[in-house]
Design a binder for this molecule. Structure first.
Ligand SMILES: Cc1cc2nc3c(=O)[nH]c(=O)nc-3n(C[C@H](O)[C@H](O)[C@H](O)COP(=O)(O)OP(=O)(O)OC[C@H]3O[C@@H](n4cnc5c(N)ncnc54)[C@H](O)[C@@H]3O)c2cc1C
Length: 304
């Protein structure tokens, strides 16, 4: 249980803060599974975030950071301590010259839209990824030949209580990896270097990618996108398909019939269902092809 003294301090020292206790994480993840977080707060500014982290430190409350929850599998026992969610209130964005800078809670769809409005090309690949800027930088999100590493110039991160600017190379971006996965640092904002282009041409490319996604991906069902990383020399979806796993089901979790790389929630799935299905897929693919599939989805929280 979370320290009541911490909750009392939130009430008295941060009366403006938006927060709740005992919050089902299924509401905050696109897979729609996950047990309760002891406390979930959505800071509205850097100052609020600073005070919140100071209080969490003072009362020794563990902190988990999330964005849009689109790459998360939260176990059924939920998350002890404080979950900080970067959302709408943390989504300022500004284009200047050939750069665009934004805060970590902005959705990639909004960021790429604002880039398009400003006649800046380079973020088209991100327009259909349903995450926030923070989550995308941490995951080095990518699609259709583009990825964050190609366009990011720097990020502001909170590192041991100090805000520092981390340049491209120091972000250690590689396939679905960044230094923040190693350090646990918080991403506050990022700056991207783009190139000038005709807004209509950018819009057209975004529309084309949207159609390609709709054709290939089961966007009508809750998922976390591609569940597994692409192993060197192969495609996860193809390996899963070749192992005969399309439609394979554990409780409410199923390998999508439309795209075998997606594990989808077909109704009232639990995190345990997804974990069982994940192991089943890993074992079967290994037996069938010798490839070891590693989850791309971040698995967090406690078992029930
Ligand atoms: C339908 C669908 C399609 C998808 N397609 C793609 C795709 O084409 N390409 C792709 O790469 N991904 C894809 N994804 C996965 C997902 O959208 C991306 O990984 C996205 O970047 C995650 O962002 P998020 O805000 O949801 O992060 P979350 O899932 O909330 O968090 C992901 C990780 O980042 C950390 N984190 C989040 N915000 C911060 C922050 N501000 N500071 C520090 N750590 C933070 C969390 O602790 C966690 O470890 C897809 C998902 C879905 C559901």
């Amino acid at each position: 249980m979370i320290d009541q003294a911490f909750l009392n301090a939130l009430k008295t020292e941060m009366p403006q803060l938006t927060w709740q206790t005992d919050v089902p994480m299924s509401r905050y993840t696109t897979l729609r599974v996950g047990g309760p977080a002891d406390c979930l707060a959505e800071p509205g500014s850097s100052d609020e975030l600073g005070t919140l982290l100071e209080l969490a430190g003072r009362y020794r409350v563990p902190v988990t950071v999330i964005g849009n929850g689109s790459n998360l599998l939260v176990r059924d026992g939920g998350i002890r301590g404080l979950v900080i969610r970067f959302g709408r209130a943390f989504s300022a964005c500004e284009a200047a010259g050939e750069t665009i800078a934004a805060q970590s809670g902005i959705l990639l769809s909004d960021l790429s839209q604002q880039a398009q409005n400003a006649g800046l090309s380079g973020l088209e690949f991100a327009s259909g990824i349903p995450g926030t800027l923070g989550g995308a930088v941490v995951m080095n999100a990518g699609a259709y030949g583009g990825e964050i590493a190609q366009v990011i110039e720097s990020a502001e991160v909170l590192s041991e209580g100090r805000i520092i600017t981390v340049d491209h190379d120091a972000l250690e971006l590689s396939y679905r990896h960044s230094r923040m996965q190693r350090t646990g640092e918080l991403v506050l904002s990022a700056r991207f270097r783009l190139s000038k282009d005709d807004p209509a041409a950018i819009r057209e490319r975004m529309a084309d990618l949207r159609i390609r996604r709709q054709e290939k991906q089961p966007l009508n069902l809750p998922s976390a996108g591609s569940f597994f990383k692409r192993p060197a020399g192969a495609y996860a979806a193809q390996l899963i398909d070749e192992a005969g796993l399309k439609g394979c089901r554990m409780g409410g979790a199923m390998v999508s019939e439309k795209h075998a790389g997606f594990l989808v929630n077909v109704g009232n799935a639990t995190a345990a269902d997804f974990l069982m299905l994940m192991r089943q897929v890993q074992e079967t693919v290994y037996k069938n092809s010798g490839f070891e599939l590693e989850p791309e989805v971040r698995i967090i929280g406690e078992d029930a």
